[in-house]
Design a protein around this ligand. Structure first.
Ligand code: ME8
Length: 525
């Protein structure tokens, strides 16, 4: 049996269409899922949509639709975008599905019977855009207005009879758990932030319901006819409801605990405080890692629909292509830190890394294979080891350590170091000279080394740029996909029986800009 790898993304709110921020989390998760498939793991990649609560109910009313009609429509727009972006999720959960509703109700019952839940009156403030409860002492005061400390929008004062999950009794356990498990909250800055928060504040018990007199668009509580479930309590449970919690043990046993929950830093507290305590109360293990990535910012502020500063992924991929967009997002900012989106930066990376480095390497190598050997991959009698071979052998190990800590931009740098070494190899070996001198054996050795390294590169880029990896694969004359062949240390000699390349058009025709005239291209080979 192959080792398993279970990874999740947040469930996105369906109050509006997805933007670049949502696509970032999704693309990162996709790269990680594909990487683990490439190295032979049995992967479960879960994503989906968060469809209950006051914010969605309001958005539906505004659109003149029922919440059901509205959530069906927007949830579909997420699925469509994921298809466009080549996202290979295995399961898409919607919090309005029966499997989720029954799991949430099973959680309610378990916790109620265990005395982890009690009823009381909630007096405090509520931010609908964030769906968060706040205390008077936590909100911002501006003139006579009270504002949400996260999104800075006005909060509403509420007094409601509700149900609460006991958090404070688990506080010291959680602090100790985080201290003992260094890789549990990543990156380390976020871990320190959470430890600081827990060490300096007494946790308020979490309100987990809303009265039906205020909100009906939620999951019915099985212990009170008058209440529905608070949207965050509902949504977090998706990570186990998708595994059949309360209904089917085998799936939960196979996949839980999750290997990583990938989230943005905006929802760290929900995942690093509420979720672990909820799991502890449920007598379930904690996920192995919670990774909170940074934000795409515009004008110094987080990109979000409500701020009106979002970039629409569909426009970008229409203009630059899916893999260029994926490459830009994963290489531009270290995962965990904020990034700034600009078309200039994207064009620059496109021309430099994709067109010049990767595209040219493939095009030149296959052109030479066609020119000197009619496209037949040469079989050499001299198995001369080259520096390319040893660099390629080290790549899987290096990538494994970066991917283990979700360091996507560093993993890409390693792959590009090999691409550039191969480009340098062409210049140094100057195969056109060997051809002129009639040194066929040397020519064969050079070409076969390029073909072997391209095969390794096709596999290595595939998690990040799946269509590109597959295009290189088929231009090398190979059947299937790069993930069909194990990606491991000793992979040189793959073409020892030869083969035939099928050169295509350049993968990334360069984008002309003022600083980047077309004449920069046109290298030998
Ligand atoms: O919070 N930069 O859903 P949501 C980077 N339903 N990532 C961003 C981003 C930005 N500017 N904007 C959004 C919710 N994201 C809840 C989650 S989970 C059980 C429930 C990404 O639609 C990032 O992953 O507001 C962030 O955490 C998520 O979208 C928030 O999505």
């Amino acid at each position: 049996m192959n080792p398993t790898y279970y990874l999740t993304t947040p469930l996105y709110y369906v109050n509006a269409k997805p933007h670049i921020g949502h696509s970032y989390t999704e693309i990162a998760a996709d790269a990680l899922a594909r990487w683990h498939r490439l190295i032979g793991k049995d992967v479960l990649f879960l994503t989906g949509t968060d469809e209950h609560g006051q914010k969605i109910e309001k958005a539906a009313v505004l659109a003149g639709m029922t919440p059901k009609e509205f959530t069906d429509k927007i949830s579909l727009s997420f699925k469509e975008l994921w298809q466009t972006l080549n996202i290979s999720y295995d399961d898409f959960i919607r919090t309005t599905q029966d499997r989720h509703i029954s799991a949430v109700q099973a959680v309610w019952k378990y916790l109620y019977e265990k005395n982890e839940i009690y009823s009381d009156t909630y007096r405090g403030l509520y931010c609908t855009p964030c769906e968060n409860f706040w205390l008077e002492s936590q909100v911002l005061k501006e003139n006579d207005r009270l504002l949400c400390p996260d999104c800075k929008r006005p909060v509403e004062r509420i007094e409601e009879d509700n149900f609460f999950l006991k958090l404070s009794k688990h506080q010291s356990w959680l602090i100790q758990y985080i201290r003992d498990h260094k890789g549990f909250i990543m990156p380390q800055t976020r871990r320190n932030e959470m430890l600081g928060f827990l060490e300096n504040n007494t946790l308020q018990d979490l309100c987990i319901s809303r009265p039906k007199s205020r909100l009906t668009w939620g999951i019915q509580s099985p212990i009170s006819d008058a209440h529905v479930t608070y949207v965050w309590f509902d949504a977090l449970i998706n990570y186990i409801s998708a595994l059949g919690y309360g209904a089917e043990d085998a799936k939960l046993k196979k996949w839980w605990p999750a290997d990583v929950h990938i989230i943005g830093k905006d929802i760290l507290r929900h995942h690093a405080v509420y979720w672990p305590i909820l799991l502890k109360a449920l007598d379930l293990e904690l996920p192995k890692m919670i990774f909170a990535h940074g934000w795409w910012v515009q004008g110094g502020e987080k990109m979000s629909k409500s701020r009106g500063n979002v970039v629409d992924p569909v426009n970008v991929v229409t203009q630059y292509g899916v893999d260029s967009y994926r490459y830009f997002l994963l290489s531009e900012a270290p995962f965990g830190e904020d990034g700034t989106f600009s078309e200039e930066a994207l064009t620059d990376r496109f021309n430099h890394d994709l067109a010049n480095d990767l595209g040219n390497l493939l095009y030149r190598s296959l052109t030479m294979c066609e020119k000197y050997f009619d496209g037949e991959i040469p079989i050499t009698s001299k198995g001369v080891p080259t520096p390319l071979e040893s660099s390629a052998a080290q790549l899987p190990g290096k990538l494994a350590s970066f991917m283990g800590v979700l360091a996507f931009s560093q993993a890409l740098q390693e792959i590009w170091a090999l691409i550039n070494q191969a480009n340098k190899f062409i210049e140094e070996e100057a195969p056109w000279k060997a051809a002129k001198a009639g040194d066929t054996e040397k020519l064969k050795v050079t070409i076969i080394n390029l073909i072997e390294v391209l095969k390794c590169i096709a596999q290595a880029v595939w998690p990040f740029l799946p269509a590109t990896g597959e295009a290189i694969w088929s231009q090398l004359g190979l059947k299937g996909k790069p993930c069909d062949v194990p990606f491991k240390e000793n992979m040189w000699g793959f073409f020892e029986k030869g083969g035939k390349v099928v050169k295509g058009a350049p993968l990334f025709p360069r984008i002309e800009t003022k600083d980047n005239p077309p004449s920069v291209a046109g290298k030998k080979g």
